[in-house]
Write a protein that binds this ligand. Structure first.
Ligand code: SF4
Length: 276
């Protein structure tokens, strides 16, 4: 990892560090290529990722003013069509003044650089801002599990710190920010996280502390996770002597649905490029 990249942080790489320090070290500092498949069944998982990317791209096109009646005929798969129809109904419920789809923000925290790509940021008629994140995994987590994800912490934090750059005419207070995860396969599940001044301060402290902790470690000081179940889904397990064969992620999703500390997020798995 180039030294300047070592000072660059996203929700994905901080989440990797929290899941397993060694995984962070292998992936982002040593830039170790993945020696094994991360989990079984490969085809189903790749299929989930591919469908998720297509769905994200459809919504990006929708908010880029491609007409709905041009998008619908382009959908070839039943599940994506159902997701998109769910989205169209959901979209009617939001009061949207301005939309920023697939929007990248970057900012600083101390010497470190923060970055995030938002599925959608939208401004309401009341000048409130909602961060939307589309989740296409079939497993619907508990709200408490989503609350502790780094994404839930970093996204509103970075938005508050940088909103003056893309909305200079609006003085945005943390109380006017919220974040919502929305699952097209469970459109009535509401996962909204309100933001506020004290939450913003807590998030700043969390991010500063965790980034300083990461930057303070030298190669060789990153610990292997104590939760060896995570290793079954990690491509580096052969390098850590944590087994050779991949665990079955789809079975695990049934097994751990009650746990908050072991949430597999299909949307954080490696992205396949959009199909143009
Ligand atoms: S195999 Fe386990 S210990 Fe090694 S990097 Fe992966 S999660 Fe961490």
């Amino acid at each position: 990892m180039a030294e300047n990249n070592r000072c660059s942080f996203s929700a994905a790489n901080i989440q990797d560090y929290l899941d397993c320090e060694r995984r962070y070290e292998l992936k982002y500092i040593l830039e170790q290529s993945w020696p094994a498949i991360s989990s079984e069944p490969v085809i189903e998982i790749e299929d989930n990722i591919r469908k998720g990317n297509k769905f994200h791209y459809l919504i990006y096109q929708f908010f880029s003013d491609v007409p709905e009646n041009a998008l619908i005929p382009s959908i070839e798969e039943k599940e994506i069509e159902e997701w998109f129809n769910s989205f169209l109904l959901f979209h009617k419920t939001i009061q949207l003044k301005m939309a920023f789809p697939e929007f990248r923000l970057t900012g600083q925290i101390g010497e470190a650089r923060l970055s995030a790509v938002y599925d959608l940021i939208y401004l309401t008629q009341n000048n409130e801002i909602r961060i939307m994140d589309w989740k296409t995994s079939h497993y619907i987590p508990k709200k408490t599990a989503l609350a502790v994800k780094v994404q839930t912490i970093l996204y509103p934090y970075l938005l508050k710190e940088t909103s003056h750059e893309f909305l200079p005419e609006i003085s945005l207070s943390p109380e006017n920010i919220s974040m919502q995860y929305w699952y097209p396969s469970a459109p009535n599940e509401v996962f909204i996280f309100k933001y506020g001044r004290s939450t913003h301060e807590n998030h700043r402290v969390f991010l500063e502390n965790i980034i300083n902790e990461i930057l303070g470690k030298k190669v060789g000081e990153f610990a292997l996770t104590n939760n060896e179940r995570k290793c079954g889904f990690c491509p580096y397990r052969s390098l850590c002597n944590r087994g050779i064969s991949a665990s079955n992620m789809l079975e695990l999703i049934d097994e751990v649905s009650e746990e908050n500390d072991f949430l597999i997020d299909f949307d954080l798995l490696p992205e396949l490029p959009f199909d143009e």
